[in-house]
Design a protein around this ligand. Structure first.
Ligand code: ATP
Ligand code: MG
Length: 435
């Protein structure tokens, strides 16, 4: 705020208007932590660059200058109006304005268009944002359908703000979102992905997905998740209800999650709709494998980075492993718990149990059994290596790796403890595999 005031002082000194605007004014009202500060001014980009030499002018042609101040940078935007959004994504024309009200008219929701004086904090409200903050409403500025048609990303922004702040969407605004939901496909995948990530990780994820569902956006963007509706489950394992209700239960319990955990919570049972069968009871055989494949498809389609896709798919594929943990031998168990993603897998399992109203026994069992193993025994130094196999006359190939893997199993099981035993094992195993 000090940096914003320093910038505002220079602008006022040069005879320009300047206001705090957008998220920072809204969040201050709500007593929420400020994310970033935005200033809006009557000064043009050319004037801004003259007053603040060394600023980042990348966005200057559409009216935004990043002013460096106090070790950080603050976005200072020239009053502007926008028009002719032919593509539903970008304004065709940007015009710099001298009246701040023209700038407010291009903004999305009333609660995002409050102005505050940077020095006195006095709030100026031209759009009814105060009343909507009090009533906890997300309301489009102006004619909702027009505003969503200009920029379809606003469809998702409405949902995100409503969910994160715990607000309702005003009825006419909601009706417009429902009507225009199919248009969301025209927005770039990257922008959709970033909105979804923010909905999943910034609080209110359950509400966000309920609203995506109620607006029709879910069916368009994530049909595989939408089809969880009405997929009944055995009542003894899932007293809470169908797969959709269960999934919402996980989303509800996310607390500042990583994007990987949040996506895994959303997608862990995505393999259930296509695998449901009615035999002795309702079954979902192999749903974790099918789910991991669908997870890859969905996250690839949404252009998530490959490392995120790999990690989420691995979590989905393994989310049922906990029920086998008590029967696992030492080698299998140790390989299971030494994988890098184990902590996240434990977190996912905990959410899965809580959302099904089940005790945490299987979660705690794995933790306890893992904690009882000294770290050096999880990944013991090898007693023998490929070099030893070669010295025994073996030649590298597919059998080679399998034998070394078996040797490590023996070591993890505690059946082989000395190097002499290891070499003896290798000799025998190689001879056997050669015949
Ligand atoms: P947060 O940063 O906490 O998500 P914010 O309100 O600061 O919330 P930003 O995306 O940083 O949101 O945008 C700053 C302001 O710019 C908004 O408050 C809004 O007035 C305006 N704005 C941003 N994106 C759009 C858009 N797609 N359509 C119309 N106005 C927008
Ligand atoms: Mg912001």
């Amino acid at each position: 705020m000090d940096a914003a005031r320093a910038i505002a002082r220079v602008l006022r000194g040069a005879g320009h208007e300047v206001w705090l605007v957008g998220g920072c004014v809204r969040d201050q009202f709500l007593g929420r932590r400020l994310s970033d500060i935005d200033l809006t001014t009557s000064a043009t980009p050319v004037e801004l660059l003259r007053l603040f030499p060394g600023s980042d002018s990348v966005g200057a042609h559409f009216g935004v200058v990043l002013v460096n101040q106090g070790g950080g940078s603050i976005e200072v935007a020239t009053y502007r109006s926008e028009s002719s959004y032919a593509d539903g994504r970008h304004p065709g024309k940007v015009r710099f304005e001298t009246d701040v009200r023209r700038d407010l008219a291009r903004r999305d929701f009333t609660i995002n268009a409050l102005l505050a004086d940077p020095f006195t904090g006095e709030v100026v409200d031209y759009v009814g944002g105060r009343a909507d903050l009090d009533a906890r409403l997300i309301r489009a500025i102006g004619e909702p359908a027009e505003r969503f048609a200009e920029d379809h990303l606003r469809l998702l922004r409405a949902v995100r703000f409503a969910a994160r702040l715990g607000f309702e969407i005003e009825p006419a605004t909601l009706a417009a979102i429902q009507r225009l939901a199919p248009e969301i496909v025209r927005i770039s995948t990257e922008r959709v992905r970033d909105e979804l990530t923010r909905m999943l990780t910034e609080g209110g994820a359950r509400r966000a997905f309920e609203l995506l569902d109620a607006t029709g956006l879910l069916a368009v963007l994530l049909p595989e998740v939408h089809s969880m509706h009405g997929i009944e489950q055995p009542a003894n394992f899932h007293p809470e209800g169908d797969v959709w209700v269960h999934t919402l239960g996980l989303l509800e319990r996310l607390e500042q999650p990583s994007v990987v955990l949040a996506l895994a919570a959303l997608l862990h049972d995505v393999g259930k709709p296509p695998t449901q069968t009615f035999e002795d009871r309702i079954r979902f055989s192999g749903h974790e494998e099918v789910g991991a494949r669908l997870t890859r498809e969905i996250l690839t389609r949404l252009k998530y980075p490959n490392d995120v896709i790999d990690e989420v798919a691995a979590l989905v594929r393994q989310h049922m492993m906990f029920k086998d943990a008590p029967q696992m031998g030492e080698s299998r168990f140790r390989r299971f718990v030494r994988q890098p993603g184990l902590e996240t897998l434990l977190d996912l399992h905990r959410l899965d149990l809580l959302a099904a109203d089940r005790p945490l026994d299987s979660h705690e069992f794995v933790r306890r059994r893992r904690d009882a193993i000294p770290p050096e025994q999880l990944r013991p130094a090898p007693l023998a290596t490929g070099d030893d196999l070669i010295a025994l006359g073996a030649r590298p190939g597919p059998r080679f790796g399998a034998i070394l893997h078996q040797l490590e199993d023996e070591q993890l099981e505690g059946r082989i403890v000395t190097r002499a035993e290891a070499l003896e094992f290798l000799k025998r195993a190689w001879a056997q595999s050669s015949t």
